[in-house]
Design a protein around this ligand. Structure first.
Ligand code: KG4
Ligand code: ZN
Length: 399
């Protein structure tokens, strides 16, 4: 059984093809990803209308490439004009139609069983491009569509081992599972008591953690996306502080908002504002040392809040497994500190707690995670197909 998965919720256009046959592992037959990072870097963030246009330009070339990788690109023997079946694209998706119609005319129906597409959460104009492409393929090729929640993709990805470049094996895990989902758009704690069942127990009340990384990076004159750049500077500060004979004290300290609040919510806008004030109060241009120290103070504050709240929730809900997903899950310091916190845990209930991270290349947005979420639904017999005309983008879709 083969799935074609499409992801366009933010600034990455991804398409992947995965195959599964009963009793065997999942094989990745093709995977392509076009990043819009350079486009958005000039503005320091993602603009939905620009993201939409960039997705629409990329979908067909990527589709051609991924089908070719999977040896599924066959030239049509009979040329059929599908323009009439694609009339639903006329109003808002003409650019996509102009590329999809000739593609569907000249290439034949593929050996694909399902199309999986992200329907939310994310930027609605961007989501619609993926959804409309899925709808067009579904109508013309007569293939059912599975609507996928992007956050389920982030969770499920951490549940797979990846022993070879193209092989994915589901790990045996114990429930309850607690997922810390940290990305440019989200910061939430999700509890899963059994496979495919999710309950959000906390979330950010203002900025997402990735967004805070991006905004602080901007204050420091670092490029978008800010997470990797901040993390590199913070690591430089820590290693220079360690190698100094008299251990260097960081002159910057930042608050830990909501660290002791009784719930599992987060707030990151206060750390961001405090960073802005700390820079302003310096009253001079930032030196490279200042930037490193601020990056480190920021990462320390954010990571401490994320870890303390996650462990508190793990204890209350008796979690057996913790997974971290989303772009910020590729943060090395968060990974190290969470592993360390678990090793040092004294609480008997939390010993044996299993910690899982996706591989860094699967932590940021991609279509493999959407395909894995669909595969998981199929294998759990929880599959929910949607009629193509009923597919809707939902920017605030919840788990
Ligand atoms: O999941 P993702 O690719 O897209 C969204 O769904 O938002 O996450 C992107 C976010 C960006 O804000 C980026 O700065 C952050 O993840 N990020 C990181 C790191 N790598 C990416 N944040 C901290 N440390 C990193 N190494
Ligand atoms: Zn994401």
């Amino acid at each position: 059984m083969k799935i074609l998965a499409i992801e366009t919720s933010c600034d990455e256009t991804g398409i992947a093809i995965l195959e599964y046959s009963a009793g065997s592992d999942i094989t990745l037959l093709g995977n392509v990803l076009a990043s819009q990072i350079e486009l958005h870097a000039q503005y320091g963030g993602v603009f939905p209308t620009m993201a939409k246009r960039a997705h629409a330009e990329k979908i067909v070339p990527l589709l051609t490439e991924v089908l070719d990788q999977a040896y599924l690109l066959d030239v049509a023997t009979v040329v059929v004009d599908h323009a009439a079946s694609l009339s639903f694209l006329d109003e808002k998706e003409l650019a996509l139609k102009d590329m999809l119609a000739p593609f569907l005319t000249y290439y034949e129906k593929r050996d694909i069983d399902y199309i999986a597409v992200t329907v939310g959460p994310g930027l609605e104009p961007a989501l619609w491009v993926g959804i409309n492409a899925a709808r067009a393929l579904s109508v013309v090729w007569d293939i059912p569509v599975i609507a996928i929640n992007h956050m389920e993709g982030h969770i499920v990805t951490a549940l797979f081992e990846h022993p070879e470049e193209t092989v994915f094996v589901q790990k045996e895990i114990n429930y309850p599972l607690l997922a810390l989902l940290v990305s440019g758009g989200h910061t939430e704690l999700v509890l899963s008591s059994s496979r495919g069942e999710y309950q959000k127990i906390g979330q950010t009340r203002d900025d997402a953690v990735g967004e805070a990384f991006d905004k602080v990076a901007r204050m420091l004159g670092l490029p978008y996306p800010g997470g990797p750049a901040i993390s590199r500077l913070a690591a430089q500060w820590r290693s220079s502080a360690r190698s100094d004979l008299a251990e260097k004290i960081n002159p910057f300290t930042l608050p830990r908002p909501m660290l002791h609040s009784p719930d599992y919510d987060f707030s990151f806008s206060g750390i961001k504002t405090a960073t802005l004030y700390a820079i302003r109060d310096l009253g001079r241009a930032l030196t490279e040392q200042d930037k490193m120290a601020i990056a480190c103070a920021f990462e320390d504050a954010v990571v401490e809040v994320l870890i303390k709240k996650t462990l508190k929730a793990a204890q209350e809900y008796n979690a057996q497994t913790i997974i971290v997903g989303g772009g910020v899950a590729s943060n090395t310091y968060l990974r190290e500190q969470l592993q360390k916190a678990l090793r040092e845990i004294k609480n008997i209930d939390l010993r044996g707690l299993y910690l899982l991270f996706p591989e860094p290349w699967l932590a940021t947005d991609n279509a493999v995670m959407i395909g894995l979420a669909a595969m998981t639904q199929i294998r759990n017999e929880q599959i929910k197909t949607a009629a193509p005309s009923e597919l809707r983008a939902d920017g605030n879709l919840s788990l």
